[in-house]
Design a protein around this ligand. Structure first.
Ligand code: NAP
Length: 280
């Protein structure tokens, strides 16, 4: 049985990825910041040497994009040093590494979808540290998949879909940003996409995100249309919602057909969510 070690298994992606890997026939070793702090070289060495997995899927990261603007040191320590530690042992021991990266490695100045070969130019600290993580993987490992994803949502974390549905409980009018365009991605679609890569795609850099594209406003419209919630949505600009970190205005990525259209995935997520609420 192929053994996969997952970092960040308590995170939003990790909590969906681990059971999907198990259902697909992998033996899964879950790790989190207590069982293997990725910034601690000894911990990484000990756990990886003890487990000797065939594959490491590296999901752990400092993911608070706005906080990273004022806390570059911590973001670098986790996203760069932490990734170097993981990549070093994977490289040394010939273990395949899957590194989860982000659309925020791009500056958003293109007007057509980004390919994996397009020039990167992060415009915020989070994107910069995740890009440096990519570079660590490329330089330390031969057997790697760099998986860029975007606008993630899922059952197990703070995300746009849950924020919108929660806000709608108390507000019937919501202003939503209409001048940032990207690819919403369900964690389950990403997990299935990672498994497709492992099942025979050549090593390299991939975009694993929902097909198609929308703005945050378009994303919200689709959410409320599907759950039949009457909310008045008002499109607004990024400048009306100033945040510490700059976001690329256009971070649409070409995914090579690896994931379904974002609307289909969103509908499945929302239907599953209703089924689970009904079961409670
Ligand atoms: N969320 C998005 O919209 C998005 C978009 C593009 C790319 N990504 C990338 O996708 C991946 C998964 O994101 P996510 O949303 O699932 O993140 P998340 O929910 O914030 O989970 C990140 C996990 O990283 C772990 N972690 C943090 N510092 C650690 C350390 N020093 N040692 C070990 N583990 C540590 C945390 O573990 P503990 O719980 O144990 O503290 C946490 O569970 C990340 O690499 C992220 O950069 C996310």
């Amino acid at each position: 049985m192929t053994k996969v070690l997952v970092t960040g298994s308590n995170g939003m992606l990790g909590q969906d990825l681990c059971p999907i890997l198990e259902d697909s026939g992998y033996e899964v070793v879950e790790t989190n910041s207590s069982s293997m702090d990725i910034t601690n070289t000894d911990a990484v060495k000990n756990v990886i040497e003890k487990e000797m997995p065939d594959i490491v899927i590296h999901c752990a990261a400092y993911t608070n994009v706005d906080m990273a603007e004022n806390d570059l040191k911590t973001a670098e320590f986790i996203n760069v040093t932490g990734t170097e530690n993981i990549a070093e042992y994977c490289g040394k021991l010939g273990i395949t590494i899957v590194y989860i990266s982000t659309d925020y490695v791009f500056d958003g100045t293109k007007s057509e979808p980004y390919t994996p070969q397009d020039r990167t130019n992060p415009i915020n600290n989070y994107g910069m540290t995740k890009y440096e993580g990519e570079e660590a993987v490329r330089s330390l490992c031969e057997k790697y998949y760099i998986v860029r994803t975007s606008w993630l949502y899922g059952h197990h974390g703070k995300n746009f879909v849950e924020t919108m549905l929660n806000l709608a409980k108390t507000q019937k009018e919501l202003k939503v940003v209409n001048d940032q365009i990207g690819c919403p991605t369900w964690t389950v679609e990403l997990a299935n996409g990672i498994i497709k890569l492992l099942n025979g795609k050549p090593y390299g850099t991939y975009h694993v995100c929902g097909s198609g594209a929308t703005s945050w406003y378009g994303f919200a419209e689709e959410i409320f249309a599907h759950v039949k919630e009457k909310v008045s949505l008002i499109p607004c600009t990024t400048s009306e919602f100033p945040r510490p970190a700059k976001r690329p205005s256009y971070s649409v990525m070409l995914n090579g057909g690896i994931c379904r259209n974002w609307k289909l995935a969103l509908r499945d997520y929302l239907d599953l969510r209703v089924d689970e609420e009904d079961a409670e």
